[in-house]
Design a protein around this ligand. Structure first.
Ligand SMILES: Cc1cc2nc3c(=O)[nH]c(=O)nc-3n(C[C@H](O)[C@H](O)[C@H](O)COP(=O)(O)OP(=O)(O)OC[C@H]3O[C@@H](n4cnc5c(N)ncnc54)[C@H](O)[C@@H]3O)c2cc1C
Length: 424
């Protein structure tokens, strides 16, 4: 009989997991612990409409989908798990007993490698609400120049916001834009979108130093090719780090990519054995995805956080292992930048082939499908999201997908040009 459930991580996966537990009939004591002092909020607007002030700060709260009977302990971090006695220890000394534990501690922004440079005034990260509010205020004060380090989605979205605000912006990335997520072929289209919008794009170079003035305010940035760029605001958007340190000595299988789970969201120990009653979901989880040959996958996508939390909750209250559900959610992602709505389904990064199946790349209005070993594994749309549902059932079917046949397109596959070997 499950009497006490503790969820650690009070954000998207934590909230949706808690709701799903109640929906699945759990009637015992439910405690949600979060180190942020805020009730759960939505992160996607933080790098988009919040920065441009298209939405107000109160519009980022995550709506509750049900009225939730739970005890919320906010503003306090969990510091460890005692598996033997089934206790979560908190930073304030409180100890929470549990029968079942759901870990949803997500990720944090990867900090700039030099702490002195990272601490300069005018150097920003963006992961949480506080980060976004500070950056929003700085952007509103009209800095003379913004320099963004990174070529992923968040970097591109912040660059887009700067353009919308009429700010001069430089983006510095070591490889093509979005190369890990979508490959260089699509990344080059995004790069052209940026150049057309006036972004000073520096690809294939790294930031070697962020320099401040005597007031400790960022003043200029040095690049690996010897270039020096004057700037008064730097946004560091170089990826994320899993929040797993608190689990380090707890007997769970923890790796840099996250907390290792099986396909039912059950956490494993370092020997690969199931830890009964311990589950993980969302950005912090790494698990073998059945749709992708059971490769170990870690996904930092909103849709997966919701779906995986719901699967985990369902399995937590399942009477037997036989009634548990496999987490086989088809990954999806969206982004909006430079007037283009980008959406994807599947996991492009394993692809060895790419075809444009509809629309026009030059008009940034197209669908492209990704294939691996002759089957379709992902599809990305630029300003064509209405077509995506028609491609969903093409995933895992022969490549190129049938939809392409609707058009008179040359379906000769291209190499998508992922940045190997990091993406595999
Ligand atoms: C700026 C930004 C823009 C994004 N845009 C998109 C987008 O457009 N589309 C998309 O699909 N996805 C997007 N994402 C990703 C999406 O927001 C995440 O996938 C989602 O937030 C994951 O939810 P989560 O609950 O797993 O983790 P998180 O949202 O990271 O939440 C984890 C929570 O646990 C807390 N925590 C960590 N350690 C502890 C501890 N020891 N004790 C207690 N609490 C702890 C954290 O502080 C945090 O509150 C974006 C993310 C960011 C940051």
């Amino acid at each position: 009989m499950i009497e006490r459930v503790v969820i650690v991580g009070a954000s998207l996966a934590g909230l949706r997991g808690a709701e799903a537990l109640r929906d699945a009939g759990f009637q015992g004591e439910l405690t949600v612990v979060g180190d942020e002092p805020l009730v759960p909020y939505d992160r996607p607007p933080l790098s988009k409409h919040l920065l441009t002030r298209e939405i107000s700060t109160d519009l980022t709260a995550l709506p509750n989908l049900t009225s939730l009977d739970a005890r919320w302990l906010l503003g306090v971090a969990a510091t460890s798990v005692d598996l033997k006695n089934r206790i979560v220890e908190l930073a304030n000394g409180e100890r929470l007993c549990f029968d079942q534990l759901l870990i949803t501690t997500g990720t944090r922004a990867r900090p700039w490698s030099n702490p002195t440079e990272a601490a300069l005034k005018g150097v920003f990260l963006i992961r949480n609400f506080g980060d976004a509010l500070k950056l929003r205020a700085k952007l509103a004060a009209m800095p003379q120049h913004v320099l963004i380090i990174g070529g992923g989605f968040i970097a591109c979205e912040v660059a887009s916001c700067c353009c919308d605000l009429g700010l001069p912006v430089t983006v510095v990335a070591p490889k093509a834009l979005l190369v890990h997520a979508l490959g260089k072929v699509i990344g080059d289209i995004v790069a052209q979108m940026q150049r057309d919008a006036g972004v000073d794009l520096r690809l294939g170079v790294r930031v070697s130093k962020i320099e401040g003035n005597s007031l400790f305010q960022v003043q200029r940035v040095h690049l690996s090719d010897g270039t020096i760029i004057d700037t008064d605001l730097v946004v560091v958007a170089i990826g994320a780090v899993r929040n797993v340190e608190w689990l380090q000595h707890s007997g769970l299988a923890v790796e840099p990519r996250g907390v290792r789970c099986d396909q039912f969201c059950r956490v494993l120990n370092p020997h690969g054995e199931i830890l009964e009653g311990i589950f993980a979901a969302g950005d912090v989880a790494v698990w073998p995805h059945p749709l992708y040959g059971h490769r170990l996958i870690a996904i930092e996508h909103w849709g997966n956080a919701v779906a995986q939390a719901q699967t985990a909750a369902y399995n937590m209250v399942s009477k037997t292992a036989q009634t548990m559900r496999v987490h086989e959610h088809l990954p999806d992602f969206w982004s909006s930048q430079f007037g283009v709505n980008i959406k994807s389904i599947g996991l492009p990064q394993f692809a060895d082939q790419l075809v444009f199946t509809q629309g026009s790349a030059t008009e940034r209005n197209f669908i492209a499908a990704y294939g691996e070993a002759g089957r379709t594994i992902a599809v990305v749309s630029f300003n064509s999201a209405r077509w995506l549902p028609a491609y969903r059932d093409q995933i895992n079917k022969p490549f190129p997908p049938m939809q392409g046949a609707l058009n008179q397109f040359d379906l000769s596959p291209l190499n998508p040009e992922f940045a190997l070997p990091n993406n595999r």
